[in-house]
Design a protein around this ligand. Structure first.
Ligand code: FE2
Length: 274
């Protein structure tokens, strides 16, 4: 099966992407994460996206689709995300079973493409999962894939997606689980001037940074939220989030972050971790 897909777009038009991340779904109908029904919160996000009337070309999901590593959780993801009626591209997070996902997603009607091209942009989906560990690492095959696809990007602009954060959240409990070989990663992307954006999940909060002409953006989870700047585990009262990003043909982009109302999905505030 090819790891490449082209999403058609008319010349000169911007590419609009919906970024959804860290859905943390369960196989069980009544599965909850720290008291939040994660299927219900994802459905509420999708309700809000659909009722906004905003058009988009495809969906990017940057990992932690599951919380229980089960086939049933991915079947649930496919059933819910299908409501959007758009192509969906994804990569594994630390709460996922990556090998299982690559095996079963095609049967659930979801692509396993790792390079998507649309308009003047190339989107690369990297797997930073370390099996059974919460931190991230890009193995040599992932770095080789990144370098190879950036080397022959045919003049397109590039957005690179992965689960783990490169920038810190000033939260020791969370930052210890960042991308461990971020220097290797950055040494590749900074040698390819067409890279404009690094998009991630994992930290369950909004983070927008810029370094050397590359933007680093993390989008809030569709489930629980983590607070910025706390050394110990700390939940945040903000609502589940999602992001639209419009990629212009000139290599610039604009990003709009949206959230459900604060405390629309209240977790168990006394949880000491997850
Ligand atoms: Fe997560």
């Amino acid at each position: 099966m090819s790891d490449f897909e082209q999403v058609e777009k008319r010349d000169g038009e911007s590419v609009s992407v919906l970024h959804i991340t860290d859905t943390h779904l369960f196989a069980a109908e009544d599965g909850t994460l720290l008291g939040i029904d994660t299927a219900e919160s994802l459905n509420a996000v999708i309700d809000a996206v659909l009722s906004s009337g905003r058009s988009f070309d495809f969906v990017l999901c940057t990992g932690d689709l599951s919380q229980d590593y089960s086939t049933g959780s991915y079947e649930r993801f496919a059933r819910i995300i299908r409501r959007l009626g758009k192509p969906v591209y994804w990569l594994p997070g630390n709460h996922d079973d990556g090998p299982l996902m690559y095996r079963i997603m095609p049967g659930l009607g979801i692509s396993t493409a790792r390079e998507i091209r649309c308009g003047r942009w190339q989107f690369l989906m990297l797997n930073s999962q370390v099996y059974s560990a919460p931190c991230g690492y890009l193995a040599p095959d992932q770095l080789a894939f990144l370098r190879e696809r950036l080397d022959r990007s045919d003049g397109l602009f590039s957005a690179v997606c992965l689960h783990h954060n490169v920038f810190h959240t000033e939260s020791a409990w969370l930052d210890q689980h960042d991308l461990k070989n971020s220097d290797q990663f950055k040494s590749i992307i900074y040698h390819h001037g067409q890279v404009k954006l690094v998009l991630c999940g994992h930290i369950h909060q909004n983070l927008e940074r810029e370094l050397g002409g590359i933007s680093y953006i993390a989008t809030p989870s569709t489930s629980i939220q983590f607070a910025y700047g706390h050394n110990d585990f700390q939940l945040d009262r903000m609502g589940p989030g999602w992001r639209f990003i419009d990629f212009a043909p000139d290599g610039t982009f604009t990003s709009d972050l949206f959230r459900l109302p604060a405390e629309s999905f209240s977790p168990n505030w006394f949880s000491g971790g997850y």
